[in-house]
Design a protein around this ligand. Structure first.
Ligand SMILES: *Cc1c(COP(=O)(O)O)cnc(C)c1O
Length: 391
């Protein structure tokens, strides 16, 4: 038997796509830079595939529009950026393995250090290879996650020890705020107070690293005292707000992402018709049920079962029954003329209506960060830039 080859399409097509407007990202970066004190560097946080927006294209756009540093959470995320030819400084927030040290040193990727033992292991691994790794020391001033945690004097001693290690260059020191997005800034300012005590001690020993940073998006927008000489902007790059408690009027952010699909199946159904797994949804009267090819395997949360909405012909259509792995049904019975092949907006604008990541987050019981970061990569991302499409 011979193998018969089927013709292969060079461009995979999908009815459900994520659209990312890189002009919006560019606009957001410029607006955020303007909000910073003059001379503050902007680190674009592009972890988790740039919060679902596509790390490589977002990084390029960010760097072209004023960002000078990139940050990721995982080693392989830094590898992806370097393999795409991005040469800017990159900081990894998460941990690394000593085996990764040679690559990190060669590629000029900065690591975060949260304890002396790791610093010693890194130093040894670097020295074995005759290399120097750049590091930012992370200090826990109240986040309770990563970072040196103790009296500033003890941290100072440890930091000075690390600075004395060969094979390591301490380029930065940073902390992370747990409540910068709250209306009440007391905790954030307490964290900044402890950080300042450490920075003063470092200065007094002439040991203050070149780069100091603390601000996430919320602090960038609302707490200029946290800017130091670099800020770390994540969610705001994408035009989304860190929380509803952050003042939306002080800066103009444009959401960059929309998710669009098509009605791929439409059926007229009688009353008492049951829809999807578990038959949890039952029609009250004859209606039209449309099937849309997006499901929880794409990152459309199953929590949206019978709760979410999608736009068809500029009208909100409710999700009918459980969200499946690959499909979701919506009730379009009261949308005149809703038809096969109609455009469906899952997130974004259509006509005079819109569905935001915040709307979806409320219905799914989460935050906008998770709505975008949870997209799995099964949906292709289409970019527009300079009002032109690119793939
Ligand atoms: C994710 C992250 C950020 C970005 O936070 P946003 O609220 O998205 O701006 C900044 N710093 C660290 C350490 C992070 O992990």
């Amino acid at each position: 038997m011979t193998n018969t080859m089927l013709p292969v399409k060079s461009n995979f097509s999908s009815r459900t796509t994520v659209h990312v407007d890189l002009d919006a990202v560019a606009h957001n970066i410029r607006a955020l830079k303007q909000r910073c004190r003059p001379g503050t560097g902007l680190m674009a946080v592009v972890k988790a595939n740039a919060y679902g927006h596509g790390a490589v294209n977002v990084s390029r756009t960010a760097l072209e529009n004023g960002a000078c540093f990139l940050a990721v959470a995982r080693f392989f995320e830094a590898v992806t950026l370097r393999e795409a030819g991005i040469t800017s400084p990159i900081l990894i927030f998460g941990d690394m393995m000593p085996a990764d040290i040679p690559w990190l040193a060669h590629q000029d990727v900065r690591i975060s250090l949260s304890c002396l033992e790791t610093a010693k292991a890194v130093s040894r691994a670097a020295l074995d290879n005759n290399l120097v790794v750049k590091a930012h020391i992370k200090v826990d001033t109240g986040m309770g996650r990563l970072g040196f945690m103790s009296e500033p004097k003890k941290i100072l001693t440890d930091m000075i020890r690390i600075m004395a290690l060969d094979g390591l260059y301490v380029e930065g020191v940073y902390t992370h705020l747990a409540n910068a997005d709250a209306k009440d800034k007391t905790h954030a300012m307490e964290q900044i107070k402890s950080f300042n005590i450490l920075l003063d001690l470092l200065s007094s020993r002439n040991a203050k690293p070149k780069i100091c940073h603390a601000a996430n998006s919320a602090a960038l927008i609302e707490l200029p005292k946290t800017h130091y000489n670099m800020v770390r902007a994540g969610i705001s790059l994408y035009g989304l707000w860190p929380s509803n408690e952050v003042d939306h009027t002080v800066i103009n952010l444009k959401p960059a992402m929309s998710i669009r699909s098509k009605i791929i199946h439409l059926k007229l159904v009688p009353e008492n018709f049951k829809v999807s797994y578990g038959s949890t949804y039952e029609t009250l009267h004859p209606t039209k049920i449309a099937t849309v090819p997006i499901g929880y395997a794409d990152g459309y949360s199953r929590q949206l079962s019978s709760k979410g909405h999608m736009l068809v012909q500029g009208i909100k259509a409710p999700v009918a029954g459980r969200v499946c792995m690959d499909f979701t049904m919506i009730d379009v019975g009261y949308i005149p003329g809703a038809a096969m092949g109609d455009d469906v907006v899952i997130m974004g604008e259509q006509g005079n209506e819109k569905i935001t990541s915040d709307d979806i987050a409320v219905q799914a019981g989460t935050i906008n960060y998770e709505v975008v970061a949870a997209l799995t990569g099964r949906m292709p991302i289409e970019y527009s830039y300079g009002n032109k499409k690119k793939s």
